[in-house]
Design a protein around this ligand. Structure first.
Ligand code: 5GP
Length: 114
């Protein structure tokens, strides 16, 4: 069996990180290295999906739950407008292969995807 992901270890309390919100099947934390004034991560509790493509194919309802939690948090932590990013593959910057959504907001550079 492979090692538990960093997010599973956070969920299980092995690595300290405040869980700022939770639904039945997903949870959210603050990114340890924020790339925007607000940078949250929304993560399915199950580690079984590596990326958003696998999640969409395997459990679209869970993907919808992740997006819903991201939207709820964006309403609480930003002006309600936000960027939702799923890095997909190492060459695209994915470093943790337990699918997660980046919620970025609060003073994003206008028009930029960088
Ligand atoms: P990825 O690069 O896979 O799309 O995103 C992984 C994210 O997890 C990165 O933005 C990174 O800063 C964040 N991260 C990695 N380790 C930890 C940690 O121990 N705690 C928290 N809160 N975030 C982490």
């Amino acid at each position: 069996m492979s090692e538990p992901s960093i997010f599973t270890r956070i969920l299980q309390g092995e690595i300290p990180s405040e869980i700022i919100a939770e639904t039945e099947n997903a949870f959210a934390i603050r990114d340890i290295a924020p790339k925007a004034p607000v940078h949250l991560l929304v993560i399915p509790k199950t580690p079984q999906y590596r990326d958003v493509v696998e999640l969409a194919a395997g459990d679209p309802a869970l993907l919808a739950e992740v997006v819903g939690l991201a939207n709820t948090l964006a309403g609480e932590h930003t002006d309600g407008e936000f960027r939702l990013v799923f890095n997909t593959g190492a060459a695209a910057g994915q470093t943790v292969f337990h699918v997660h959504a980046h919620v970025l907001g609060g003073g994003l550079t206008e028009g930029s995807l960088g």
